[in-house]
Ligand binder design. Structure first.
Ligand SMILES: C[S@@+](CC[C@H](N)C(=O)[O-])C[C@H]1O[C@@H](n2cnc3c(N)ncnc32)[C@H](O)[C@@H]1O
Length: 275
């Protein structure tokens, strides 16, 4: 166990839904409470394919990790907003490509600290740090991060479904800009984000509906932003083909297994390289 983890607050507030636990519901996990399931149910009643989107999202992360640890030759990852290890995790996908890959996960949810640790810290090259991902300098200067990640060599920074939990008031663009400034040359950023096409389509209506439940309800965050806003989080880095895309269109493993749904449209992502 790392020093940071030992100091993590052990108190789990079961009176208020948490982002990590609600996401766990969508993935079919067991580390959630009634308050979390109520938020999940409100969305699931109207948009049952959101569960599939959550699974597609984890599959996207595995494909991206395969690219980063393989073709791109990255052997150190900082995965912000680790989440609960319900599905396959970054270190498992990365260490299949290269067993020497080091992964430091970052989260601030006590349930992730309590239940996720055993799976996330599976070997001596994977570590979990309790830190606030809206504070890039605190993440990069954390003693566990500096111990296991060489900040003078290329890193893969993963921001999967994290920045859409950062409100405009918290200045997500500035936060991402600071992350990018601190990344060594040759590093990669992989980022996914809730998307509102803002075109009156079914997908746009779905985005508004889910944002209302997530951000205006007791969970308190989950913002569906425009393509331009999401693009700005990449700070002008060189996009890896095909750029920012629907998750199933990024390095697909083959033709789609089922017809597209409005749910497929409301989460997009991409990978970019810092020259
Ligand atoms: C929707 S989950 C995504 C999990 C995983 N990245 C994935 O894509 O499957 C978002 C995660 O970010 C974490 N998180 C949200 N805000 C955070 C913050 N300010 N600092 C650290 N972690 C945060 C939550 O606890 C949760 O585990």
């Amino acid at each position: 166990m790392t020093r940071d983890a030992q100091q993590a607050p052990a108190v789990i507030d079961t009176s208020k839904p948490s982002v990590a636990r609600v996401y766990d519901c969508f993935l079919g996990g067991k580390d959630n409470y009634e308050v979390d399931r109520q938020v999940f149910q409100q969305v699931d009643d109207v948009a049952p394919q959101m569960k599939q989107l959550a699974r597609d999202h984890r599959n996207w992360l595995v494909r991206v990790t395969r690219f980063l640890a393989g073709e791109a030759g990255i052997d150190q990852f900082i995965d912000c907003g680790a989440g609960l290890p319900t599905a396959e995790n970054t270190h498992q996908a990365a260490q299949r490509m290269n067993p020497e890959v080091r992964v430091v996960y970052v989260d601030n949810d006590p349930v992730v600290a309590a239940h996720g640790r055993a799976l996330l810290e599976e070997n001596d090259r994977t570590h979990l740090v309790m830190a606030d991902l809206t504070k890039p300098d605190e993440v990069f200067d954390d003693p566990t991060v500096t111990r296991y990640v060489d900040l003078d060599r290329p890193i893969a920074l993963i921001q999967c479904s994290t920045i859409h939990h950062v409100s405009d008031a918290e200045k997500p663009r500035e936060i991402m800009q600071r992350y990018i400034e601190r990344l060594p040359s040759g590093s990669y950023l992989a980022l996914t984000h809730f998307y509102d096409p803002q075109d009156g389509s079914e997908a746009s209506k779905l985005a508004r509906f889910v944002e209302d439940i997530f951000a205006n309800g007791p969970m308190g965050s989950g913002y569906f932003r425009s393509h331009g806003e999401i693009e700005s989080f990449f700070g002008g880095l060189e996009m890896v083909e095909p750029g920012i895309a629907r998750l199933n269109d990024w390095w697909p493993d083959g033709p789609l297994l089922s017809a597209r749904t409005a749910e497929d449209e409301v989460l997009i992502g991409g990978v970019a390289r810092k020259p």
